[in-house]
Design a binder for this molecule. Structure first.
Ligand code: SAH
Length: 241
């Protein structure tokens, strides 16, 4: 039984709602999957949840669907931000995709002293996150924040716990268990943090510096490792404690 296709569409969805698709989604449903009238499709709107829908009409440039019933309400999302310095090329889009798969609530691009990439293509990142959510079964998309400088980020932290992945740190990764949501994981650029930045980050109330091990990880590896570890110690893994 081929998996029913899942798509994110504009919301809010409701029973009986008519949904009209164009562009890439028509190519995917009509051209690639060759769906016909009556075919089931699962629609998500990142607001109400995931719905059973059915193809009502297939055209070359437009596909109409009708929403039938709610399958799952939008998931509860642990209040975890991934604050990461943008890095070059596809690796940055890979970070956005993994952040979505790993349940991040918000991706915050952080411009640090050594960040080389200063522009963020929000549309491309959002497209990668939507594709990741459609594939991994999430019913919620990470928010994509506007890029902020490190001082701006640190100034507005309030009560959120800041897990600082410090490649020069000595603190054990299990310290993350203290950083229950609302939390943020902070990852530096390819060139790392400056000593001044490192001191400023450690001065943030509630900061939890951790080492991710004795090896220097690439920024994209560190982002995925740190978020997965946070989920294990203080997120998904902490459920049922
Ligand atoms: N300054 C490093 C490169 C930084 S790696 C060098 O000497 O080459 C990019 C980011 O990944 C770092 O800023 C840090 O946030 C994270 N990172 C990489 N390895 C890490 C480790 N072993 N422990 C904690 N954080 C790490």
């Amino acid at each position: 039984m081929r998996q029913v296709p899942r798509l994110f569409v504009a919301g809010p969805l409701a029973v009986g709602a008519a949904v009209s698709l164009e562009g890439g989604q028509v190519h995917y449903l009509g051209g690639v999957l060759r769906l016909r009238e009556g075919a089931p499709v699962w629609l998500c709107d990142d607001m109400t949840g995931e719905w059973d829908a059915r193809v009502a009409a297939v055209g070359r440039k437009r596909i109409e669907l009708v929403v039938e019933a709610l399958r799952r309400p939008r998931e509860a999302v642990a209040d975890l931000w991934l604050c990461a310095a943008p890095i070059k090329g596809a690796r940055w889009e890979w970070v956005a995709e993994k952040a979505c798969e790993l349940g991040v609530a918000r991706l915050v691009p952080v411009l640090t002293e050594r960040t080389v990439v200063r522009q963020v293509n929000a549309a491309r990142l959002r497209a990668h996150m939507i594709e990741a959510a459609e594939q991994c079964g999430r019913t919620a998309l990470p928010e994509l924040a506007d890029a902020v400088t490190l001082p701006e980020l640190l100034a507005g932290f309030g009560g959120r716990r800041l897990v600082f992945a410090d490649e020069d740190g000595r603190e054990a990764v299990r310290e993350m268990a203290a950083a229950a949501a609302p939390a943020a994981v902070l990852i530096g650029p390819e060139g790392g943090f400056s000593d001044g930045e490192r001191a400023a980050i450690r001065r943030v109330a509630g900061a939890v510096p951790v080492s991710l091990g004795p090896r220097i990880l690439r920024a994209d590896t560190a982002a995925v490792a740190a978020v997965a570890l946070w989920q294990a110690f203080a997120g998904d893994g902490a459920i049922g404690d």
